[in-house]
Structures are given as C-alpha cells and as structure tokens.
Design a protein around this ligand. Structure first.
Ligand code: ADE
Ligand code: ZN
Ligand code: ZN
Length: 260
C-alpha cells in the first residue's frame, strides 16, 4: 500500500516530465512559420490580426497549440495536430477520428474566424490555434502512418542521442542548425511573386496529400535504430526549410482570405 501511495505521489509530481508532449515543429519551427506568414499578410489582415492579438505577432502565438497540451481542459484537441490515413486511400474514404483531426481542426478554426456571431475570445483562441495547425500540417510526418504514430515509434540515434524519426523532423534538425526563427525567416529562399502565388494555390486537403507524399519518402530515409548525424541534415534540411516557407505562405493566404 505504501509503495502504491509513493508511486502515485511520484507520478503526480513528475506527471509533466513523464507524459510531456513533444512540441510539434518545436518552438523555432513554429515561430519561423509565423514570422514568414507575417511578411505575406495584406495590410487589412495585418490590422485585424494586430487588434485581435493585442499586438502579439504570429510568431509569438504560433506555439499556443502545444502550450495548451499541458492543460487537461484542452485534451479534446489532442488529435487536431495530425491525421493518419493509409497511403493508398483517399482522406474522404478513410476512417475519421471522432475527436477530429488536423484537416477538420483547420476548417473549424477558419469557420469561427469567419463567423460574425463568434465571440472575440473564441476568435483569438482559434486564430492562435490556426497559426499552429497550418504549421503542423507541413511537418510531413503529421500526415503519417498510425501504426508508428507518425514516426514516433521509429527509434533512431540523433548525433549519438536517443530520439525518434518524428522528433528528428519536428525539431532535432532545426535545433542542430542552431539558427533563430528570425534568421531562418530572413534567410528563406527568394521567390518571385509567381512562385509565391503558385505555392499559395490549392486547398487544405491538397496540402495534406502533399505532406503525405513527402512522409512516404521520409519513411524510406531511415530505419529503426539507425544512427543519424550530419549527413541526414545535409540531405534533408532544404526540405525542412522549404516546408516552413510554404507553410508561412499558405497560412498568410488563409488569413488574407478570412480577413479580406
Ligand atoms: N500521434 C499519432 N500519430 C501522430 C502523428 N502523425 N503525429 C504526431 N503525433 C501522433
Ligand atoms: Zn502541434
Ligand atoms: Zn510533431
């Protein structure tokens, strides 16, 4: 009995450490996306967003979706950060999570922002969440296989340290690169207006399939217990940076439409 109580006490104290959720892209990735989106906002959208967020920028609020994971009150949003469906099926025909997924989550946020009857508090909440989720959608392993939880169960060594394939793509590569989010944003690839427009094309579902196609390749890039190091970043960091940039451009496209 004593042991049971001790175990309970220990689990309660260390609950956060034991069950801590990985922040998805990691703070730097999410902030980079927010910062890039900021550069593509229309004046009209910029003003309305500034009013709603009381001066906080998109980079600042981009990590909100992960921060609320530590509050049980928001556990119903857990499944909104990803969608897993078999690679050979269409999303429309796949079995849906009853709690929702990232595609439904993004649509829900957009609908609240467009709803003239939604409260100011809800608009702020779902705007912050939208910034986060459009980011998550562009981490290819957030459209992964459910069998391995989007690569979370594929254990690998990252520069001799225990990690997993999902985490390598969420944050390890970006952190190892050791650039701030403002540096990552200002060093993004120079694109013509036509290139930006082409990236902004398509629907949330199109972008979901794009991530899934990338995830398919990423699963082939490493196997269980593989030792990953400099060579892995050399091969894949360009894709990470391009996903951050695409995500920022598409987030701005959605926001420009919502606040247009
Ligand atoms: N948990 C289950 N599937 C996941 C995914 N694709 N990404 C992140 N967390 C998950
Ligand atoms: Zn997330
Ligand atoms: Zn993640």
């Amino acid at each position: 009995m004593k042991q049971l109580i001790l175990l309970l006490v220990i689990t309660t104290i260390f609950q956060h450490t034991i069950f801590a959720n990985e922040p998805d892209w990691g703070v730097t990735g999410h902030r980079t996306i927010g910062e890039i989106a900021e550069k593509h906002l229309s004046k009209k959208a910029q003003k309305q967003i500034k009013d709603l967020l009381q001066g906080q920028g998109l980079a600042f609020v981009s990590t909100f979706g992960d921060e609320i994971k530590s509050d049980k009150k928001y556990s119903k949003y857990y499944t909104w950060h990803f969608v897993n469906f078999p690679f050979d099926t269409k999303y429309e025909n796949s079995k849906k999570d009853k709690n929702g997924d990232i595609v439904m989550g993004i649509e829900y946020c957009i609908n609240i922002l467009k709803d003239p009857n939604a409260s100011q508090a809800d608009k702020v909440f779902y705007l912050k969440f939208l910034v986060h989720l459009v980011g998550d959608l562009h981490q290819p392993l957030h459209v992964g296989r459910s069998e391995d939880k989007g690569g979370n169960d594929i254990k690998v060594l990252w520069h001799y340290k225990k990690s997993n394939l999902h985490r390598v793509w969420d944050s390890e590569m970006i952190e190892f690169y050791n650039m701030s989010y403002t540096e990552l944003s200002s060093n993004r690839k120079k694109l013509s207006n036509a290139q930006v427009e082409s990236i902004a094309q398509g629907s949330v579902l199109d972008w979901t399939y794009e991530s899934q196609a990338l995830a398919k390749k990423i699963y082939k890039s490493a196997k269980q217990d593989e030792k990953l190091s400099y060579r892995y970043s050399y091969d894949h960091l360009d894709l990470v940076r391009s996903q951050l940039q695409k995500s920022g451009i598409r987030l701005a496209k959605i926001l420009n439409e919502v606040f247009g």
